[in-house]
Design a protein around this ligand. Structure first.
Ligand code: ADP
Ligand code: MG
Length: 438
């Protein structure tokens, strides 16, 4: 059946795409509606599931396999057996090469990510180290990994002499543990200390992993001492990563810390337009009606990955039914995604919660008085709006009765500062955030 699915996919997406993406896959088993596929590396799996997932599911079903979902696992070349190949855990060759799809060229820049983008660009120039480490943080799917790959990619072109290493914190942990087990700590240390630029993605995974943290800290220091650039990402600010040792936290804060903010409407629309271009090649002759992209950008407020998934599903739908996708069709086909996005927090809800928390009247909090008992909660509310909603600063400003957004910006900055030094504020923010999240 898998062979038949492959044949169908080849005619659906063309020989070129087929060769790069579908050919390398094999179907391992199907089990309770899940088709388990083996991919040569995580990027192929990721890309295929995003781009061709729905089509593959469709064809699997057509050929008599009842499948609702795909699961990818990585199997290195030439059908290695299922068990992870234990002895050769620490091989430089296994380092992930930068993903060709994640470049600066196809990174859409907007207000929410312009700082992160600029900082990443600066590092990618490969000039003298000006800030170390570069710490990128932000919610899921906002482009951290994309930017890191883009840096690696560009450095590969500009400075082929430099030894650039990208690794996820997961992988770092795994390699550390394997090195311990195989008594290859010397190799491990040597490997990580000989790079010129080290990128570690998603370091929140080091939470609670004390010995790995210790090793990470040493690697980190060794590289910084040699003036080698480090780029670190996490899903939250250094100070908010639990169980991370204070030494690491303060080291992380020494460099440049930039956050990727939740997307705004303009950025979402920009991303959709950019992705549409790439889909034109994948699904030739398939069309999406005017207004559909605007509809998506308006209604889907979560991360870029979800946005891409939605667009991809629409293209798959269009190619299946053979006609232009309208807003109504989109509404139908994406009802699950839209529903999930609708549960979003409003500025009003945040304002109300904050006034309750501080036991002040909402009208006072939103009013003009500047006494400290009102001003602080007001700023806390501004900060939370900025962090937890996708509204732009001017939009937030309006809801706080401000004619321009500089007051909001000031408030957000103030809280950003305070939260480092004032543990009461930090606790309040954490509490409020939890309360608002459910
Ligand atoms: P993170 O690592 O922050 O969770 P990723 O970098 O994996 O997020 O991004 C998720 C997906 O969204 C990727 O496919 C990425 O290419 C895409 N993406 C995120 N931000 C942008 C952007 N500004 N422009 C274009 N694509 C983006
Ligand atoms: Mg990531």
């Amino acid at each position: 059946q898998w062979e038949q699915v492959k044949t169908d996919m080849r005619s659906a997406i063309g020989a070129g795409n087929f060769k790069s993406w579908i050919e390398p896959l094999s179907l391992v088993t199907t089990d309770e509606g899940v088709a388990h596929l083996a991919a040569p590396n995580p990027f192929v799996g990721d890309y295929v599931s995003k781009t061709y997932g729905d089509q593959i599911i469709y064809h699997l079903n057509r050929h008599g396999l009842s499948v609702q979902r795909l699961a990818f696992k990585v199997e290195s070349a030439a059908n290695t057996p299922e068990k992870p190949a234990a002895p050769k855990a620490v091989t430089p060759a296994a380092d992930a090469r930068p993903d060709q799809r994640f470049t600066f060229d196809n990174f859409v820049v907007g207000k929410p990510n312009e700082l992160a983008h600029a900082a990443a660009k600066r590092v990618a120039e490969g000039g003298p180290v000006t800030f170390n480490p570069l710490f990128l943080y932000g919610g899921v799917g906002l482009g951290k990994t994309h930017l890191m790959h883009a840096i690696a990619h560009e450095l590969g072109q500009r400075r082929p002499d430099l030894n650039v290493l990208y690794i996820s914190a997961d992988q770092f942990i795994y390699r550390f543990i394997s090195a311990l087990r195989d008594r290859k700590m010397m190799d491990f240390k040597q490997h990580f200390r000989s790079v010129d630029i080290l990128m570690v993605d998603d370091i929140q995974f080091l939470e609670g992993k004390e010995s790995t943290q210790e090793e990470f800290f040493h690697t980190f220091n060794a590289l910084v001492d040699q003036n080698k650039q480090l780029i670190i990402s996490a899903d939250r600010a250094p100070g908010e990563i639990r169980d991370l040792s204070e030494r690491i936290k303060s080291r992380l804060q020494c460099g440049l810390v930039v956050d990727l903010h939740p997307t705004d409407y303009e950025l979402r629309l920009g991303v959709l337009h950019a992705k549409q271009e790439t889909y034109l090649n994948v699904y030739p002759g398939v069309d999406i009606a005017p207004g559909v992209l605007e509809f998506l950008a308006h209604r889907i407020s979560s991360n870029v990955r979800v946005l891409e998934g939605a667009l991809n599903r629409l293209y798959a739908l269009a190619s299946l039914v053979g006609r232009t996708v309208t807003v109504e069709m989109a509404q139908d086909c994406l009802s699950d995604i839209l529903r999930a996005s609708d549960r979003k927090l409003t500025i009003e809800e945040i304002q109300r919660k904050v006034s309750e928390h501080y036991d002040i009247r909402l009208s006072d909090m939103l009013g003009p008085k500047r006494t400290r008992t009102l001003a602080r909660p007001r700023q806390v509310a501004m900060w939370l709006c900025k962090q937890m909603t996708t509204r732009s600063l001017p939009e937030i400003g309006r809801k706080f009765g401000k004619r321009d957004h500089t007051t909001i910006m000031h408030g957000v900055r103030k809280i950003d500062e305070l939260r480092q030094s004032d543990s009461q504020i930090a606790d309040d923010l954490e509490l409020l955030r939890r309360a608002l999240e459910d």
